[in-house]
Design a protein around this ligand. Sequence first.
Ligand SMILES: CC(C)(COP(=O)(O)OP(=O)(O)OC[C@H]1O[C@@H](n2cnc3c(N)ncnc32)[C@H](O)[C@@H]1OP(=O)(O)O)[C@@H](O)C(=O)NCCC(=O)NCCS
Length: 150
Amino acid sequence: MPVVTASDLVVRSLSELDLDGIVRIAEKTRHRYQPDLWEDRVTFYLRRDPEGSVVAELDGDVVGFMLGDVRSGEFGLEEETGWIEVLGVDPAHGGLGVGKALGEAMLERFRQRGVRRVRTLVDASMPEVKGFFERLGFEADQMTPYVKRL
Ligand SMILES: CC(C)(COP(=O)(O)OP(=O)(O)OC[C@H]1O[C@@H](n2cnc3c(N)ncnc32)[C@H](O)[C@@H]1OP(=O)(O)O)[C@@H](O)C(=O)NCCC(=O)NCCS
């Protein structure tokens, strides 16, 4: 399988100019066109942690994004924790290593900031996302998500 080489792909910090690309990718992966929602999300992540989110660019086009940040105190976790919260790769460029490049860049950024633990939540109805994180080295955590419907 062809793999995107490091020289083709640029992984860099998220900018507000990436909004259109993110909206386009999310429309393909989620089958919903939600520009307002993504504008809120991009603004939120940039404000909370400007270096905490990355995009992948191929020939000047955004082909993937990964949004997250570093926080402490959440859920009683005292240590600084890197969180990967939202991601998407353009299906036209899927299976080529774009997601892996995004994930490795995020992990390296977290590592350089002194973070020793990175967390995410994966929806059980998305086995491809679970497989993806497992390949990045993630494993099941002792924290269990709970929900109560109102
Ligand atoms: C999951 C996703 C990020 C993978 O991106 P990608 O660029 O295709 O992945 P890569 O080519 O970089 O693959 C990286 C690794 O993950 C594995 N992987 C990728 N897709 C997988 C799948 N469907 N099932 C199992 N493993 C998978 C690859 O085998 C690869 O493993 P390797 O390192 O041993 O080669 C992408 O398919 C995606 O964006 N899906 C939709 C996400 C979504 O809906 N998000 C909303 C919730 S936040």
